[in-house]
Design a protein around this ligand. Structure first.
Ligand SMILES: C[S@@+](CC[C@H](N)C(=O)[O-])C[C@H]1O[C@@H](n2cnc3c(N)ncnc32)[C@H](O)[C@@H]1O
Length: 281
């Protein structure tokens, strides 16, 4: 190998190491096109746009309202469960979201050509610094095997610390989520929500896996933020969390969730765009 090639290789390695790429296949093919849109932070701990407490408050407010609206505790054994309250559903989940957080989000064909489905604010107004969406999926620790599930899978999200979230709602990823979600119960309580795998998630925020990447023309209006569910998070509200650990041994550590936080005010009709790359220096 010539000296020039060695220098080029070294520079490439240094640059690659500094990336905290969120979606591996996307980064490989599109890095050069989107250099201007890179997000830069100096420390992994500085990656948070809003404090965890603020995320908790938004999620707790929404989940409490969803629970009140459903009039039942979604217990594990649905079939044998007789609800304490009449099962009269007052509003759909989108209405509950609108009344609690002041906006609605939905999946629709992206405003970008060839970008498939995207996520739009369809009603209301999202102020800067709000929790706008959640990234659902199975949580893999950096040392856990994900090879089969990751093949041709554009939904594998990488956290700053190397934890992976598989947000694919099809194929083997779907089966893995369902199986892990059915396994993890605390007594009669479900501790995660698998309805994000359908067209009508019970938690209307759980569509963040469909948010598309920003471009030079369409700057990011949301960004990803890791959120570890605190021990104090009420047991009966965990049924709305759209994440589950791949391994049962992980139940000792807090469940990792990823939320999307607004970087500016967002109005009804706008598509959400995140940043698939973050550079940590
Ligand atoms: C996490 S998925 C997002 C949901 C995707 N739009 C869909 O319909 O399944 C990531 C994939 O979306 C597509 N995508 C995301 N941002 C894009 C953009 N700005 N332009 C074109 N395609 C994009 C790419 O195919 C990428 O691999």
């Amino acid at each position: 190998m010539t000296g020039r090639m060695r220098t080029a290789l070294r520079r490439f390695r240094e640059k690659w190491r500094s990336y905290r790429h969120r979606f591996v296949p996307w980064v490989v093919f599109n890095l050069s096109k989107n250099e201007k849109t890179l997000r830069r932070v100096t420390e992994p701990s500085e990656d948070k746009v809003i404090p965890d407490e603020q995320v908790s408050q938004s999620l707790l407010g929404l989940f409490r309202a969803l629970l009140r609206n459903s009039g039942e505790l979604l217990l594990g054994a649905h079939a044998n469960f007789t609800p304490r309250f009449p099962l009269h559903q007052e509003q759909d989940e989108g209405d509950v979201l609108f009344q609690t957080l002041g906006f609605c989000i939905e999946r629709r064909p992206s405003s970008l050509a060839f970008a498939g489905t995207g996520v739009f604010v369809t009603r209301g107004f999202v102020p800067k610094g709000a929790t706008v969406a959640m990234y659902p999926g199975t949580i893999y620790q950096p040392y856990e095997p994900i090879l089969l599930q990751s093949i041709r899978n554009p939904f594998v999200f990488r956290c700053i610390d190397g934890v992976l979230v598989d947000g694919n709602d099809r194929g083997i990823s779907r089966m893995v989520f369902r199986s892990c979600s059915g396994r993890d119960r605390l007594g009669p309580y479900l501790t995660s929500d698998a309805s994000w795998l359908t067209d009508s998630p019970l938690n209307p925020l759980a569509v963040g896996q469909y948010v598309n990447n920003c471009s030079n023309e369409r700057p990011a209006n949301v960004c990803y933020q890791e959120y570890d569910v605190p021990d104090s998070f009420p047991l009966e509200l965990r049924q709305y969390l759209p994440n589950v650990n791949y391994s049962q041994h992980c139940t000792q550590r807090p469940l990792r969730c990823v939320v999307l936080v607004s970087l500016r005010d967002i109005r009804a009709g706008e598509e959400l765009f995140s940043n698939y790359y973050t550079i940590v220096r």
